[in-house]
Ligand binder design. Structure first.
Ligand SMILES: Nc1ncnc2c1ncn2[C@@H]1O[C@H](COP(=O)(O)OP(=O)(O)OP(=O)(O)O)[C@@H](O)[C@H]1O
Ligand SMILES: [Mg+2]
Length: 242
C-alpha cells in the first residue's frame, strides 16, 4: 500500500477543548474507498475525534495527515476545500426552508455553473429528494432529513466524509435506509468515517472498526473481527458472553 492509498492518517493525536486533551494518542490509517466505524460509550470522545479531523478542536499534539499532507493547523474551511466533509451530530437542516432551499444553502462554497451542477448531481444520487424539492425540510421523515444533510455536504464534493451518529433517533427502517446510503458511497469514490451508536448496523457495512473508551483506542481492526470479538459482543452488540 502506498501513501496515495491512505487518505487519512492520524498519529499520536491528542485533542480536546480546554486544559486537558479528551482524545489521547489516537492513531489510525484509513485507506481510500473504505468505511470506518467508530463506536464506544457516551463521552468516550468519538465526536471529539471526528471534530478534530475537521479542525474544530484544540490541538494538543500529534498529526492529522490527509493524503500525506499535515493538516492539523488548517481551519475547517481549508479542510473542506481539500476534500473533507463533516456532518455533525444532530440533524441541522433548516426545517422551515424547502428541500430545494436547503440544497441551495449546501452549495455556499461553489460558484457559477457548479451550483446547479452539484444540486443536479445529488438529486440523481438521491431521487427521494428530487420528489420532495418543494417540501419543507422539517416535514421530511427523520431518515430523509439525514439524507438531505448528507446530500448538502456531498454538494462540496468531499473525498472523505465524516458522519457523526447519522442513525441516531431514527426508526429501524430509517436506520437501514441510512446504512444503505452510506454503503453506496465508496462506489462513488468516497471514503467514510462514521461514529455510531448502532454498532451492529454500522460495523456490518464497514471495513474497519475502532472501539474507543475514555478517549483512547480500546480495539481497532477489520470490522468483521470487531463484530466477532466477545468483549465487543457483550458491551455493544447485545450479545452474551461465551
Ligand atoms: N465543547 C466542549 N467543551 C468541553 N468539553 C467537551 C465539549 N464537548 C465535549 N466535551 C467533553 O469531551 C468528552 C468526550 O465527549 P464527546 O462528545 O467526544 O463524546 P462521544 O463519545 O461523542 O459521546 P456521545 O456518544 O454521548 O456522543 C466528554 O467528557 C465531554 O464532556
Ligand atoms: Mg458524540
Amino acid at each position: 500500500m502506498t501513501a496515495d492509498d491512505i487518505i487519512l492518517e492520524l498519529d499520536q493525536l491528542s485533542v480536546g477543548y480546554t486544559d486537558e486533551p479528551v482524545v489521547v494518542d489516537f492513531a489510525a490509517a484509513i485507506p481510500v474507498g473504505s468505511i470506518t466505524t467508530v463506536i464506544g460509550p457516551n463521552g468516550a470522545g468519538k465526536s471529539t475525534l471526528l471534530r478534530a479531523v475537521y479542525g474544530l478542536n484544540r490541538h494538543f499534539g500529534g498529526s492529522v495527515r490527509f493524503f500525506g499532507r499535515s493538516i492539523e493547523r488548517l481551519a475547517p474551511r481549508e479542510r473542506l476545500k481539500l476534500g473533507i466533509g463533516f456532518v455533525p451530530q444532530g440533524r441541522c437542516n433548516f426545517p422551515l426552508m424547502t428541500v430545494r432551499e436547503n440544497l441551495e444553502l449546501g452549495t455556499y462554497t461553489l460558484r457559477g455553473s457548479a451550483v446547479a451542477d452539484s444540486i443536479e448531481r445529488v438529486l440523481v444520487q438521491f431521487p427521494l429528494l428530487k420528489a420532495k424539492l418543494s417540501v419543507l425540510a422539517g416535514n421530511l421523515s427523520g431518515g430523509e432529513q439525514q439524507i438531505l444533510e448528507i446530500a448538502m455536504v456531498l454538494e462540496a464534493r468531499p473525498k472523505l466524509l465524516l458522519l457523526d451518529e447519522p442513525s441516531l433517533g431514527l426508526s429501524p427502517a430509517n436506520q437501514d435506509q441510512i446504512f444503505e446510503t452510506i454503503a453506496e458511497l465508496p462506489g462513488r469514490g468516497l471514503t467514510v468515517m462514521v461514529v455510531e451508536q448502532n454498532a451492529h448496523g454500522a460495523l456490518q457495512i464497514s471495513d474497519i472498526g475502532i472501539v474507543m473508551e475514555l478517549g483512547r483506542i480500546f480495539m481497532a481492526g477489520p470490522a468483521a473481527e470487531v463484530i466477532a470479538d466477545p468483549r465487543i459482543k457483550v458491551a455493544y452488540l447485545g450479545g452474551e458472553a461465551t
